[in-house]
Design a binder for this molecule. Structure first.
Ligand code: HEC
Length: 238
């Protein structure tokens, strides 16, 4: 008989690979293991750190506590530009003068004369810039004509303000509301102040009229040297 043997001790004819095939088909047991950080991520993180450092270094203002200037970056930031006298003048005018002369410069009819188009502010037939500075330094009282209107009141002196502050106020009122007269400089105020120390009581129109007019734009002794002499024959240095 040629029947397959049932002897368990007889070696099987089936190949070993076939026997273990079902076991091999099983998925591998999941294990916990650390995988290395991807190389591209390392590079990317390095670039980020470098860019961050560079950005901080170039925008930190040198890490100085008092640096905030959006116009200037880096260590080149010097002292801030000097403030515009007109800006200072406007602030001081609002604080000191507007209560009487009004923010509009129009004054109050019959009480406080206008500064808009006033001959005292922008200059008139006999009124000079020295008169304007004198009014600020010592005040003004008694009968006065402004733009053909008569006033008879009193304005307090402003001698406690600095030369630069008076210059700022006057520069402001001479260029605001359609007024257009040259700026009054700090030097000019200092000069008029030095020349009028003996005047203690407020000026009257009558007293001022006795003083010859000086204008800041007329050059010569009345004007400060800087803007009035644009070409002071500078030595061309060969
Ligand atoms: C308390 C009210 C008062 C204040 C504040 C005052 N003024 Fe006057 N101002 C007067 C009066 C009043 C006169 C006219 C004086 C007179 O009648 O003689 C006058 C006259 C003047 C004049 C000459 C006339 C004209 O209208 O052009 C000027 C310029 C002037 N003031 C500028 C100023 C400036 C600048 C300030 C601020 C620093 C100031 N005043 C603050 C009341 C005031």
């Amino acid at each position: 008989m040629n029947t397959p043997s049932n002897d368990p001790h007889k070696p099987s004819d089936t190949p070993a690979t076939e026997v273990s095939a079902p076991v091999l088909r099983e998925a591998a047991e999941p294990t916990e293991k650390s995988s290395p950080i991807p190389f591209w991520l390392v590079i990317f993180a390095g670039i980020l750190v470098f860019w961050g450092g560079f950005h901080l270094a170039s925008n930190s203002g040198g890490f100085k506590a008092d640096v905030y200037n959006p116009e200037i970056s880096g260590a080149a930031a010097g002292p801030a530009a000097p403030p515009d006298p007109k800006v200072i003048g406007k602030r001081l005018f609002t604080q000191n003068c507007a209560v009487c002369h009004q923010g509009s410069g129009m004054g109050v009819a019959g009480q406080f004369p206008p500064l808009v188009a006033s001959e005292w502010v922008v200059g008139g037939d006999w009124v000079g810039d020295n008169h304007l500075v004198k009014i600020l330094l010592a005040g003004m009282q008694g009968p006065v004509q402004v733009k053909g209107q008569s006033y008879n009141n009193a304005m307090p002196p402003w001698a406690q303000l600095k030369d630069s502050e008076i210059a700022g106020i006057l520069t402001y009122i001479r260029s605001e509301w359609g007024n257009s007269a040259p700026p009054i400089t700090e030097e000019f105020v200092a000069k008029i102040r030095a020349a009028s120390t003996d005047r203690k009581e407020p000026w009257t129109q009558k007293d001022l009229k006795a003083i010859p007019a000086e204008t800041i734009s007329a050059g010569g002794a009345a004007a400060p040297a800087a803007p009035a002499n644009p070409a002071p024959a500078a030595p061309p240095a060969a």
